[in-house]
Design a protein. Structure first.
Lengths: 430, 141
């Protein structure tokens, strides 16, 4: 397990900030940007978005969080603003008809529980024809049906993307390239996007913050979108080389193996080998559909995911939303379910040997880090109170047999429990 | 730009409430663009950013007038302006494409289209003059 040191993060952030500044300087220094700030879309555009949100629930010894990369969640009896609040600032530079760049910095609570900025997008785009785009830099994977980023609350009908599905997929950035080809077909636009690069993101589980700096993200998205109907088929994979995710636990198992009976020693050796030196793939396939007819809109999507890295899992999730637009009001109902079932990795360490207790506990934690079986019902309303600002009120009832999204008071995944979470959010763009 | 958007955000409702419209909105193009008429579907694709190309392949620049946006999209795609704005937030903040440029009034939009051969704008029919060509008409109820 690898914790994230603050110094490492700050050094990393510094590098990303320089990349962002470099992209902007490159664009802003171009003759087109200097000569024409508004004409024909050339020049520099500054914009941004944000969410001011507060969540409340009264389930004791439970923390509600929206994403697996959040260290802290909303605790019982306290208004928590860090679950959904976010501020994003974006700079776009259109150099000419073919070249442009964009940098976006988002401030939100990070995996250390601190408000910190991060570079969420930062790329140079080359578009040789109106239907072809090549981008290089910090990019996002194509998994969100309502929005290509989980942070732009204004783009969503609900307060947040489905926690049961998307909350688990926190490795949603990469440093690399994507290629998008699109064409108008009938009433809609058909597009194919291919992407790949070095994985970025983090994951807080079992009291530890995981990063996958050495991993590679690959993916493809096929989409058709018209005014009435949008469909998206997405495939993605995160490949991780055998650098050992849990070297300390694996080392401990190898150390105690000679002290165990032969059968158990072999079992411990097998588990240690699974933790060490094995390439792994985390794969997902998602299919989503959004339908609009007059004031009605509906969304349905499903994701199938699996991972062969220790402890491995098979998983799936579904999400659906039904909404009705009545002027500025948009009431909605939402349902989602997420299942992540870890692979069977038995290790029957003797319970009567006190010196093995820490290893037993660590192993139980490691194999249960990602287990998840929960569903959520939600009801709420979006009120567009002025241009570019929307107020949302949402009540979610979450029932979990086991959850890696909910945390207990000490920050560990929880067993059976239910929680009703009320959230008020003000989303805005500028 | 940010100041303009903030002012628009704060006072946009008042502007919309006070707007007076003609019987129809029209999409205009430069006479030299080669564009004579557009189908409704083409207008939808261009104004929602699904294509940036005019029928003959040139890159289009799209302009909107703040006060006309709500009735224009309500008639064009049967959606409230809040839905269109949410759609654009999705595209804009993932770096896909930028929304049409907002102009203060119809006269400014006509001036822009008259000066840019590959520009399109949605304005009221009362705003236009001989410098631009109407390529699509959208009657208002």
């Amino acid at each position: 397990m690898r914790g994230l040191e603050r110094g490492t993060f700050m050094r990393g952030w510094g590098a990303r900030a320089w990349v962002a500044v470099g992209l902007l300087c490159w664009g802003a220094a171009s003759p087109a940007a200097q000569e024409d700030v508004t004409g024909a879309g050339m020049g520099l555009r500054l914009s941004g978005f944000g969410t001011l949100a507060a969540s409340y629930h009264d389930a004791q010894d439970t923390q509600f969080r929206a994403r697996a990369d959040q260290r802290e969640g909303a605790q019982a009896g306290r208004l928590e603003t860090g679950v959904d609040s976010v501020l994003g600032v974006q700079a776009d530079v259109q150099v000419d008809a073919r070249w442009s760049s964009m940098a976006q910095v988002v401030v939100r609570k990070d995996g250390k529980g601190e408000w910190a900025p991060r570079l969420s997008w930062g790329f140079v785009k080359y578009s040789p024809t109106p239907g072809l785009e090549l981008r290089a830099g910090r990019l996002g994977v194509d998994i969100y049906l309502d929005g290509d980023s989980p942070h732009v609350g204004y783009a969503y009908t609900t307060v947040r993307p489905y926690t049961d599905l998307y909350g688990q997929l926190s490795f949603d950035r990469f440093d690399g390239v994507d290629l998008r080809a699109s064409a108008v077909v009938g009433e809609g636009e058909l597009s194919l996007k291919l992407y790949g690069g070095r994985t970025r993101g983090e994951d807080y589980r079992g009291g530890h913050l995981f990063r996958r700096e050495a991993s590679t993200t690959l993916g493809a998205t096929l989409q058709w979108e018209s005014t009435a109907l949008a469909m998206r088929l997405a495939w993605g994979q995160v490949r991780t080389p055998g650098d050992g995710l849990m070297p300390r636990l694996a080392g401990a198992l190898r150390e105690i193996a000679p002290l165990l009976p032969p059968e158990l020693a072999a079992q411990a050796g097998t588990r240690a080998a699974e933790m060490e030196g094995r390439n792994s793939n985390l794969s997902y396939v998602g299919l989503g559909m959004t339908w609009r007819h007059g004031p009605w809109s509906a969304q349905l999507l499903g994701v199938d995911a699996s991972m062969n890295r220790f402890p491995g899992f098979e998983g799936w999730g579904v999400g659906s939303t039904l909404a009705y637009r009545a002027g500025a009001w948009k009431p909605f109902l939402t349902y989602s379910r997420g299942m992540l079932t870890p692979g069977a990795r038995p290790l029957a360490l003797p319970a009567d040997q006190a010196e093995l207790a820490p290893i037993r506990a660590a192993y139980a934690l490691a194999t249960g880090l990602i287990a998840n079986d929960q569903y959520a019902w939600g009801v709420g309303v979006r009120y567009d109170l002025m241009p570019n600002a929307a107020l949302k009120l949402q009540l979610d009832r979450i029932e979990a047999k086991r959850s890696s999204m909910l945390l207990d008071g000490s920050g560990t995944s929880v067993g059976p429990r239910g929680v009703s979470v009320f959230t008020a959010a003000l989303d805005f763009v500028f | 730009m940010i100041t303009r958007r903030l002012v628009s955000m704060l006072f946009g409702s008042l502007a919309l409430a006070g707007a007076v419209f003609a019987d129809e909105l029209v999409v205009i193009a430069h006479p030299a663009s080669g564009v004579v008429a557009l189908e409704r579907t083409q207008v939808v694709h261009l104004f929602l950013g699904r294509t940036r190309a005019l029928p003959f392949g040139e890159r289009a620049t799209i302009y909107e007038v703040d006060a006309y946006r709500a009735p224009f999209y309500r008639q064009l795609v049967r959606q409230e302006i809040a839905e269109v704005d949410a759609y654009w937030a999705r595209l804009r903040f993932s770096g896909r494409t930028q929304p049409p440029q907002l102009l203060e009034d119809g006269a400014a939009a006509v001036d822009r289209v008259a000066a840019e051969p590959h520009a399109l704008a949605a304005v009221a029919s009362a705003d236009i003059d001989e410098r631009v060509r109407v390529v699509f008409r959208l009657p208002l109820p």
